[in-house]
Design a protein around this ligand. Sequence first.
Ligand SMILES: [Zn+2]
Ligand SMILES: [Zn+2]
Length: 463
Amino acid sequence: MRVTFWGAAQTVTGSQHLIESASDRILLECGLFQGKRAESYAINQRLPYDARAVDAVLLSHAHIDHSGNIPNLTKSGFHGDIICTHATRDLCAVMLRDSGAIQEENVAYLNHHRKSPQPLMPIYTLADAERSLRQFVSYDYERWISVTPRARAMFGDAGHMLGSAWVLLELTEGTRTVRLCFSGDLGRRGLPILRDPSPMPEADYLILESTYGDRSHPPVNEATSDLRRAIGDVVARRGKVIIPAFAVGRTQEIVYRLNELVNHGELASVPVFVDSPLAVNVTEVFRTHPECYDDETKRMLIEDGDGNVFGFARLTYVRRVEDSRALNDLDGPAVIISASGMAEHGRVLHHLRHTIEDPKNMILFVSFQAQDTLGRRILDGQRYVKILGDEFTVRAEVRHIEALSGHADRDELLDWVRPQARRLRGVFLVHGELGPMQALAEGLASLGITDVRLPKRGESFEL
Ligand SMILES: [Zn+2]
Ligand SMILES: [Zn+2]
């Protein structure tokens, strides 16, 4: 048995790991690599294995760095099932179509700037994304799922986003059975809306995410007061708050927290806009999956004045382009939540162009910013940034709410692994940059796990 790491290998995005035995080929996820545009195109476009030979895909959650290259996989001849939870399936239905449209836009941009007689083709189109949805098969948590005649899998709550799961894969080869646990992206205890991660299952091997392997987050409950303070500060100087947020997960969490502030009469008087058609669609998916909610959210649904935890009187969801443009002319303070979360594309770019040069305003980051993204450049304090081809001077205040992470920090990752540490024969760290990985490897060693690997892209290991 063998595992090969084809993505999220010493980097955060592009998650895909291939598990092979004599008879089976099971792909853990098929995510999009995100980074410099031309490099991303090259990595995502060519799948490093034969798609036709893959038997099944197991998908931990809908985030595009985990699911986003599935339409390319099906387009390249993969005919098997894509197995995930119900909410993940419904989120992918919205997100992959959106991603298909983005792929078409990206390639138009690249072709315009390449000046080569041979135009590039999109990695996949909206139509390819729609076709891939036919292969999704969804299950609830904590049920054994037959993947192939020799492999079964189970999802457990990962507490990271709606529908997110860790995956336990049990694969038999001859007389030998190996249990492999894949953490997916592991959330935190106490996140709003979601149930807490359920305990790590017994396993021989673990593939563990390491996004924040070198960090401790401030307590989760500080996030709402940080948000209140940031908005209050900007409203006092009559500026705008621009929040680049993933349309999926983070946007709903921010709205949920703002709704809480409104209910307690603690939100400064300011209009709030969610300007992302994808976020609007995804919020509808959130509403239809109460089976994923934690007890507090179920209670809030009953107690909330309008019975709507993803909306309040001062909040407007913006779908139409004209309405989005009209926000530029808005006088006075406002909060604009807009995708994409790392400011790589989407409507948030227009809002940044209009606000970034005025010190009254604030760019408020609420999630991890990957290397080589515009979000990361702004967060790292670059004075000049390019947005949609033009250079801007960053004069707006830049702030980051660290307590808002959807990922477990170092201690939370180690706490999750600890009860199973003695049984584990090996751990592979993925979904992190090298520094956090090395720090987490040291932490795992202190739990008595000696065989910790930091795979490079394309590296294989025998199980
Ligand atoms: Zn994720
Ligand atoms: Zn991820």
